[in-house]
Write a protein that binds this ligand. Structure first.
Ligand SMILES: Nc1nc2c(c(=O)[nH]1)N[C@H]1C(S)=C(S)[C@@H](COP(=O)(O)OP(=O)(O)OC[C@H]3O[C@@H](n4cnc5c(=O)[nH]c(N)nc54)[C@H](O)[C@@H]3O)O[C@H]1N2
Ligand SMILES: Nc1nc2c(c(=O)[nH]1)N[C@H]1C(S)=C(S)[C@@H](COP(=O)(O)OP(=O)(O)OC[C@H]3O[C@@H](n4cnc5c(=O)[nH]c(N)nc54)[C@H](O)[C@@H]3O)O[C@H]1N2
Ligand code: SF4
Ligand SMILES: [Mo]
Length: 766
């Protein structure tokens, strides 16, 4: 298919791809449904299905699209986008649609449960809420008394977990992770952009104006497999309007498919490519002189530092052709400043060098003047935020003699690095950690190394979790609290600060099933039991109304407006008085603060070790139908995509005698093996890597659909390296070979390694 035709087809809804396929089974009407009622309210206007329509917010992933739930005879029958939403409109993706099946999953955690078998064995007895909460309070108090406040640790992710974080903070512990999404996801991007542009260009939201770009650069960011509805829509709008696309990825990804120039780079070498581009742009005067002169700091130092990095140097390291590298950067430079250099999102790849890679992307953005202009990175428009939900908690963080938070200079902005908590739990050093609370995160599928995590859990006095589904983390818990899925509860007010800012609220579309209780209710009860003054309101609606009061709003007033109100945006710069939120007010091409912390003030290429002989690198990514491990047991999504496939290069496959569709076991360098998985033999991946979509291979027998379906990348990640800036843990520093019919197949090396790249030493891991 020609590129334009492909784009047109995708424009019908790349984001809605899953939904379109599901429609084929008669499960859904079209994603862009005519039945969506504008201005739907929680009062329940009749919709086209004769259903009540209630506005809320999706949390099948963290993009949090505004939605409408359609309820008929008390049952949730359909989810669509909120037509009032300026970002997604009536569209949701396949996962958003399938929230229905999260509510009605028969495997849900239905009651508070107490472990009766051994940890990890999966045997529980039903207990009452009061007993469960008393047990938690009793254990938290005991552990604090015996070992001090820092012996308590809290792992959390997502909106549901924010309330309980305050309860943990109030105990005085320094150990809450404020989302492993930082230490396993966006941390390096956040640090890079906060210290160059001065603001969080890419966090939960990503302020990159692909819709108005004349060219787009995607380094890894595999949009189309990575689905966030409005993000995909903006990307598609850009391409349909003629934007050129350059994609850098060792795998022929969904965007590589649409690219004008595709660079199949050697994994782990992107910074070499970016440095050679920066040097070329400077040497050939392709940069925005006016922007650099007026709004950047450190240009001369940058110019000097990138001088050695030629295309010839980078080409060998990256295994690319110098002429292709040149073509790509010429193409991007021609469209400046309207060029969208995507900042990236998941970036904890190789440990050392992860911040530098995103700093290099940020520098390239500034050199092109693509800052606060249509098509570039843009400025969020602050929306006046309602008062915090906890109503005046006192945080009494203690100051231990040796803090885990300060192990790395940039860790503390979001909590304690997860790896540090796990290490301290295992070793008891620098102080003991004896209790974990877990909320909204499946630590065994998302934090490397899961075998260390299990060892750590065995050392705890007590571990509890709040969950909807009995995944692997729940299985290891002493107490499980049955949480309400996002469709059964209120959460705090949401604001969106992108191209059309808005405010909306998550509210229950259906009442909680079984004995599930909302996160606010749980925190309210815990606060009472701990005698804390936070979460004083009995009902969520009351605290939401208090939150909204300074804005002259109430829940009813917000609902009368379709559950969402918009604000005017100011995303672009007024060049004359541009002042960026950095120390100097300018874009920092040289980061003084990094230097002060003895870190590289400008990006450097740091080679990550390559595979030992006989092995290849394990890489992973997203798949449109699923979000991490959380959707694997969802009936509709599981029916569409029950298991993953391992992408294997065709030349390698023919040399080791593996055919498309064969089943293999993946074994990593430390001898850890996956469940059996099918192989997809393809020229669309380099011979020095294999690729697994993430989230599959559940080890929990209580997830009846997901158990042992496909292979888990996570259970093959045993070697990780900490990022020196924030202690985030790398995920792409493991190497694997294959086992077929009981025979171990060593993988031949097809691309010889240049001398600048060392090999991984097998003895380094346990
Ligand atoms: N459907 C769906 N969408 C999602 C999610 C989901 O679970 N499901 N999760 C969301 C979240 S929280 C995040 S953070 C984002 C993550 O999505 P991204 O930020 O796009 O993730 P990346 O890891 O950057 O990209 C994965 C790609 O990196 C390529 N790759 C691997 N190694 C290298 C390398 O060394 N260099 C280069 N250039 N490429 C490499 C892989 O082949 C793959 O195509 O997705 C979001 N969107
Ligand atoms: N190996 C590997 N590790 C990764 C990644 C990868 O691609 N590969 N990706 C990384 C990235 S980008 C991210 S953002 C993180 C994501 O990390 P996680 O958020 O931990 O991802 P999930 O696997 O979806 O686990 C979420 C868990 O929370 C539960 N849950 C979902 N919603 C709720 C709720 O409302 N309340 C409660 N109480 N529980 C809920 C789900 O049932 C599930 O068990 O993982 C990171 N780690
Ligand atoms: S992108 Fe899909 S799963 Fe994520 S919030 Fe939007 S509709 Fe929900
Ligand atoms: Mo993420």
């Amino acid at each position: 298919m020609k590129r334009r035709e492909f784009i047109k087809l995708s424009a019908a809804g790349c984001a809605a791809l899953g939904a379109m396929e599901l429609q084929g089974r008669g499960l859904f009407r079209p994603a862009v449904a005519s039945g969506a009622t504008a201005g739907a309210t929680s009062q329940g206007l009749p919709g086209s299905l004769g259903a009540k329509e209630i506005s809320s917010v999706c949390e099948m992933c963290f993009w949090r699209c505004p939605i409408i739930g359609k309820v008929k005879d008390g049952k949730l029958v359909k989810i669509e986008g909120n037509p009032k939403s300026p970002s997604n409109g009536v569209k949701v993706c396949a996962r958003g649609n399938s929230g229905v099946q999260l509510v009605y999953d028969p495997d849900r955690v239905k009651y508070p449960m107490k472990r009766v078998g051994a940890r990890g064995e999966g045997k529980w007895a039903k207990i009452s809420w009061d007993e469960a909460l008393d047990e938690i309070v009793h254990n938290m108090q005991n552990v604090k008394k015996k070992y001090g406040p820092n012996a308590l640790a809290y792992f959390d992710h997502g909106a549901s977990a924010e309330f309980m974080r305050d309860i943990f903070k109030a105990t005085g512990t320094e150990n809450y992770t404020n989302e492993p999404a930082f230490f396993q996801c966006v941390g390096p991007v956040a640090i890079a952009y906060l210290n160059t542009a001065g603001y969080l260009v890419s966090g939960t939201r990503q302020y990159i104006d692909m819709g108005n770009a004349k060219a787009i650069l995607l380094v890894a960011s595999h949009i189309g497999e990575n689905i966030h509805v409005s993000h995909v829509q903006e990307y598609m709008k850009g391409l349909e309007s003629g934007a050129k696309l350059v994609v850098v990825d060792p795998r022929f990804s969904a965007p590589a498919n649409k690219a004008d120039i595709y660079l199949p780079i050697r994994p782990g070498t992107d910074t070499a490519l970016l440095l050679s581009w920066i040097n070329y742009v400077i040497q050939n005067n392709l940069y925005d002189k006016e922007f650099v002169k007026n709004h950047c700091e450190g240009f001369d130092k940058l110019k000097e530092s990138v001088k050695p990095y030629t295309f010839q140097w980078a080409a060998k390291i990256c295994d690319l052709k110098p002429e292709d590298m040149k073509k790509a950067i010429d193409l991007l430079a021609k469209t400046r400043p309207h060029v969208a250099i995507h900042p990236g999102r998941h970036a904890t790849w190789y440990g050392r060098g992860d911040v530098g890679r995103h700093q290099a992307l940020s520098i390239l953005t500034a050199l092109f003047g693509a800052v606060g202009v249509p098509g570039g990175i843009y400025f969020p428009t602050p929306v006046k935020k309602p008062k915090a939900a906890n109503m005046g908690i006192e945080v009494k963080e203690s100051e231990p003699p040796v803090s885990l938070k300060t192990t790395y200079p940039y860790a503390s902005m979001l909590g304690t690095p997860t790896a540090e908590i796990i290490k301290a739990t295992i070793t008891g050093k620098p102080y003991p950690i004896k209790l974990w609370g877990i909320n909204g995160v499946n630590i065994l599928q998302t934090i490397p190394n899961p075998y260390d995590t299990m060892d750590a859990i065995k050392k705890l006095d007590f571990i509890f979790c709040s969950e909807m589904l009995p995944g692997e983390t729940a299985i290891w818990s002493d107490i499980i609290l049955p949480d309400t899925p996002y469709l059964e509860r209120y959460d705090a007010i949401y604001t969106y600060e992108g191209l059309t800012p808005y405010m909306t609220v998550r509210q229950p579309v259906v009442p909680p099933l079984f004995e599930a209780k909302s996160p606010y209710w749980v925190s309210h009860q815990l606060a009472k039991k701990f005698n804390l003054s936070c979460f004083p309101y009995e009902k969520e609606q009351d605290y939401l109304n208090i939150q909204l009061k300074p804005m002259n709003l109430t829940l009813d007033k917000l609902n009368a407006q379709g559950g969402l109100i918009t604000f005017p945006a100011k995303p672009y710069r007024d060049s004359k008085d541009l002042k960026l939120p950095t120390d100097s007010g300018k874009y920092e091409l040289y980061v003084e603060d990094f230097a002060k912390n003895k870190l590289d003030p400008m990006p450097k290429f740091i080679a990550t070790p390559a595979a030992p002989v006989g092995y290849v690198r394990l890489v992973y990514g997203r798949m449109p139908m699923h979000t991490f491990s959380r959707t694997m047991n969802n009936l509709w999504l599981h029916n569409e995509c029950p298991e993953n496939e391992l992408w294997l290069n065709d030349e390698v496959a023919s040399k080791i005698g593996v055919k498309d569709g064969d089943t293999v076991v993946i074994e990593n360098h430390a001898g850890k093996q996956s469940y059996p998985v099918k192989v997809k033999v393809t020229p669309g991946i380099r011979p020095d890597a294999v690729y697994l979509p993430h989230g599959f291979g559940s080890t929990s027998p209580l997830l009846t659909k997901a158990y042992k379906k496909g292979a888990s990348d996570e259970f093959l990640i045993t070697n990780y390296e900490a990022d020196p800036f924030m202690g985030a843990s790398s995920h792409r520093t493991d190497f694997v070979r294959l086992i077929k019919d009981g025979k171990t197949l060593n993988i031949p090396e097809i691309k010889p390694l240049p001398p600048d790249i060392p090999r991984f030493e097998m003895k380094k891991t346990a």
